[in-house]
Design a protein around this ligand. Structure first.
Ligand SMILES: [Zn+2]
Length: 315
């Protein structure tokens, strides 16, 4: 099969399209779409927080496709599925408490193991979830990384109806889902972005208002600056370091107002299942900027920072 391959760590020049052996596993799918997310961009550029393995490496954490072969009755050829992008042993203390995403022996497809930027992908049956009938591929493919990361972060932050949320980088992959899901949670949503179309999703352009929750997936440049806008009892949640991972915190401001910093990563298998139902019931649609054929992955990566909505890679 054809795959997008990172030959060795560190940069776009190490990226090429090549022929590799077809994968094998409990369930084999034909990949239709893949989302392009910061985790993929960082993996390809060698700027990641994870130990990338193996090399040569196939990136791609967020995929949707059609089942080609299944060794279990859970799936039949033709089923439309998305991949839960964390692999897990299903036996450690974290897994048995339902937190597969922080499994002691786990990892992330497309980072610590080969991912799905390829014509075919194979994995354990447990890692695949069926896409509901009336949800199309384009609305499902953003869920495993963008949707799930935001959904889990909102749950970890204990967001309540009527609270005010500030979303930094709101037009991005996680950002869009954070806006849409926060509205479903009943929150008042403020955004920081040059993209005014976010108002169509019920968000208000931020103008220095204090808030109860800040969602900051962008890292250093945006962390310190926004913390001072947090109400007493407020939370700031982070799940990304796109602009860097070190920052300075005013600890007095933090403890005197009982403010909390929350780290969040990915989400649980159950949350991804719940998210599929939410997408079906609320007809959640995000803004897709462009589709790129997988052979044009370089162009997609070059345009990543100037994108206006999500990027989808077609296989
Ligand atoms: Zn585990």
């Amino acid at each position: 099969m054809k795959a997008i391959i990172v030959e060795e760590p560190g940069g776009l020049e190490n990226l090429h399209i090549g022929e590799v052996q077809d994968p094998s596993g409990e369930v084999l799918i034909k990949v239709k779409y893949a989302g392009l997310n910061p985790i993929d961009v960082n993996t390809i550029k060698g700027k990641t927080n994870y130990k990338i393995s193996p090399f040569p490496h196939i990136p791609g954490a967020e995929i949707a496709g059609i089942v080609k072969e299944s060794k279990t009755n859970k799936f039949k050829p033709g089923d439309r599925v998305i991949l839960y992008p964390r692999f897990f042993d299903n036996s450690c203390l974290y897994c048995i408490s339902g937190k597969q995403h922080i499994c002691e022996n786990g990892g992330i497809y497309g980072a610590t193991s080969n991912g799905g930027f390829s014509e075919l992908f194979a994995g354990p049956a447990l890692n695949f979830l069926k896409i509901p009938e009336d949800v199309d591929f384009e609305d499902a493919v953003g869920l495993p990384v963008g949707g799930l990361t935001s959904y889990h972060a909102l749950i970890e932050s204990n967001l309540k109806t009527g609270e005010k949320v500030l979303i930094v980088g709101a037009s991005g992959n996680t950002g869009q889902y954070a806006v849409i899901l926060s509205r479903i949670f009943g929150a008042e949503v403020y955004f920081v972005s040059r993209k005014k179309w976010l108002t169509e999703y019920g968000a208000i352009e931020w103008n220095g208002q204090n808030v109860d929750l800040i969602i900051n997936s962008l890292g250093t440049d945006f962390f310190k600056n926004y913390l001072s806008y947090l109400n007493k009892g407020g939370r700031i949640v982070t799940f990304g370091t796109y602009t860097g991972k070190l920052t300075e915190i005013d600890l007095a401001f933090l403890y005197t107002g009982e403010r909390k910093i929350i780290g969040s990563t990915g989400g649980t298998l159950k949350e991804l299942q719940d998210l599929l139902k939410l997408v079906k019931n609320y007809k959640i649609k995000t803004k897709v900027w462009k589709h790129f054929k997988y052979t044009d992955i370089r162009e997609a990566l070059q345009q990543y920072d100037s994108k206006d909505g999500r990027i989808i890679i077609d296989f």
